[in-house]
Design a protein around this ligand. Structure first.
Ligand code: GLU
Length: 595
């Protein structure tokens, strides 16, 4: 999605004069999407050129990585409204160069304090997934606005309202519809048309937005203006919140559509009670690196970290490509078996974070990997509290379904601060419910809960509960070497986020790829299911037949993830890296290019 009539930073205008096909006369052309940029003064990578430009603008005006990350996130709320924005949540990881410390914010959506394990049961049976998604029931209290405000207040250099201004401008003046936006709208057509407010906004004139046309969202511009002026109490305690609650409890569905959009439970007291959590990051020492990510309620940090631990004593750098992929797939398989058994909201479960990340547990799981034969999934979990070599602890846990929509952004500034931030609505288009008059969609994050226990009789850490956060796969990661930032990375893609982040890290840290090459490389994803998902590019590799001979089974999938990253080069320049092709290509930029 590309913006029109924006104040484009000179560097982007200079490098990329892409003619817009629509919009007011004299409108500034949208910036080009570039998948890699190198230079000084800070770096931004996101899926969207306008969002990346918003971050660069803030860095130029003296903001730091936190201010810029919030600006990018808010801009994504305009141009990627099906994957990001005020109505959702996410996880923010921040490396503070002055102290050398990594901080995190868990801004995950929460269930109502009145929710319980029966949230998605009707007549004792789990609701069909699609019915649950497109309903008020799936909507958790949004955490993104609180995340943004908290991050800027704690670590930013400029007022919160400043960080929202580029997004407000993009919403007012419009961006140019691209193919990805049209495709994502088409995916949602059947349900969007059942909600008049959603249809009015995203189906202009009753049809899909036309590629090349200008898309404006004045309601969202006004919402950002209000948040910038009044702060997020407008949402958590004010009239914006009242509108959100009304939409959740009385989903504004067209009665003639026949759709049963079930009402949700979230009320004003739930909004007023919402708090982000600040917690220690996960940490693993991996070879010469310190890898930091987000602790539960996301399973991202523990699962990427456990897989790295399993791979630590292998010679990934020295393996041939077949053994490298084999070990990557096997480590992912085992780590997923464990996350499904042990990881949920730590406020409700005693999640063994330290034990999952321990070298002893990793060794007990690595013991199961044979160089000659792939394991058969599903494999059983281990017991991180009592690790025993090659042992299993209890029955296998099937892999639950997770959706496919989110956005990851990475930012670095001239002071050496780094942000790795993933935000989401869950499905592409969230619940499908637009808050009337406010210009944004509500999430369906609560369908990330398991609707009923994965294995009857075995404790499931991810059932709904009062005020509980559903388990996530978001994996915003920051890697340090010798106490200095080396790189940050992450991705969308439901539970494949974990394997994509892992694969990018391994490509860069073990396999000699540049960050951009590691992001572009063909992907596969093994998540303790019989077949590993693999992109066509992966299936075309010569190693495919050798992996199949080891027992790996592959199922083709068009695309896995949409990663972004930044890296600091030894001379202090920053690299921003994004996808060259996936999701229509991402957008990387630096403040002062110096390739
Ligand atoms: N809701 C998912 C999670 O938090 C992410 C969905 C996606 O990335 O597509 O793990």
């Amino acid at each position: 999605m590309r913006v029109l009539a924006r104040i484009a930073p000179p560097l982007l205008l200079a490098t990329a004069l892409v003619a817009s096909t629509a919009g007011p006369a004299g409108a500034a052309p949208p910036p080009a999407k570039v998948p890699e940029a190198v230079g000084w003064g800070g770096a931004v990578a996101s899926v969207d050129a306008d969002a990346t430009a918003a971050g660069i603008e803030v860095l130029r005006k003296g903001g730091n990585a936190v201010d810029a990350a919030v600006a990018v996130a808010a801009a994504l709320g305009v141009t990627e409204p099906y994957s990001a924005g005020i109505g959702g949540g996410g996880y923010f990881v921040y490396y503070d160069h002055a102290t050398g410390r990594v901080h995190t914010i868990d801004g995950r959506e929460t269930a109502s304090r009145t929710a319980d394990e029966s949230l998605f049961l009707e007549g004792g049976k789990p609701l069909p997934f699609a019915d649950a998604v497109t309903s008020g029931l799936s909507v958790g209290v949004p955490g993104s606005p609180a995340t943004w405000e908290t991050a800027v207040r704690l670590w930013g250099k400029r007022p919160f309202g400043e960080a929202l201004k580029p997004a407000q401008r993009i919403a007012e003046q419009g961006f140019t519809v691209d193919q990805t936006f049209q495709d994502q709208t088409a995916l949602n057509l059947a349900r969007f048309k059942d909600f008049p407010d959603t249809a009015r906004l995203f189906l202009p004139g009753g049809a899909l937005p036309v590629v090349g046309s200008t898309f404006r969202n004045p309601d969202l511009a006004a919402t950002y203006r209000q948040l910038g002026r009044d702060g997020t109490k407008a949402l958590y305690q004010g009239d914006l919140g009242a509108d959100v609650v009304r939409a959740i409890q009385h989903p504004p569905v067209d009665p003639a559509s026949g759709r049963n959009a079930r009402p949700g439970k979230v009320d004003a007291a739930d909004l007023a009670g919402y708090q982000v959590r600040r917690q220690q990051p996960t940490h693993v020492a991996y070879r010469d690196y310190d890898v930091y990510s987000i602790a539960p309620s996301s399973s991202g940090g523990t699962t990427v970290g456990e897989a790295l631990g399993i791979l630590e004593d292998g010679e990934l750098g020295g393996y041939d490509a077949t053994q490298y992929y084999h070990h990557f797939l096997e480590a992912s398989r085992l780590a997923f078996a464990d996350r499904n058994r042990w990881v949920g909201d730590p406020a409700f479960n005693d999640v063994p974070v330290r034990e999952l990340l321990s070298a002893r547990f990793a060794a007990s799981r690595a013991c199961l990997i044979s160089p000659d034969r792939a394991l058969t999934s599903p494999v059983a979990p281990g017991d991180p509290r009592n690790p025993a070599d090659c042992a299993s602890a209890g029955p296998v846990q099937p892999e639950p379904y997770e959706g496919l929509s989110t956005s990851h952004l990475t930012v670095a500034d001239r002071w050496g601060n780094v942000v790795s931030y993933t935000l989401t609505l869950e499905q592409t288009g969230g619940s499908g419910i637009t808050v009337p008059g406010r210009g944004f969609l509500l999430n369906n994050e609560l369908t990330d809960f398991n609707f009923s226990p994965l294995v009857p009789g075995v404790p499931d850490p991810n059932l709904p509960g009062p005020g509980k956060r559903p388990r996530s796969s978001l994996s915003p990661t920051i890697v340090l070497r010798d106490g200095e930032p080396l790189l940050a990375a992450g991705s969308p893609g439901g539970s494949t986020i974990i394997t994509t982040t892992l694969q990018v890290l391994l490509g860069r840290l073990d396999r000699g790829l540049s960050l951009a090459q590691a992001i572009a490389a063909p992907r596969a994803s093994q998540r303790n299911t019989a077949a590993s998902q693999a992109e066509p590019g992966f299936l075309a590799l010569p190693e495919r037949a050798r992996l199949e001979a080891l027992g790996h089974v592959f199922a083709s999938t068009p695309e896995i993830g949409a990663a972004t990253g930044v890296e600091r080069l030894p001379d202090g320049r920053w690299v921003a890296a994004a996808e060259p092709v996936r999701r229509g290509g991402g957008s990387a930029a630096v403040v002062r290019p110096a390739p």
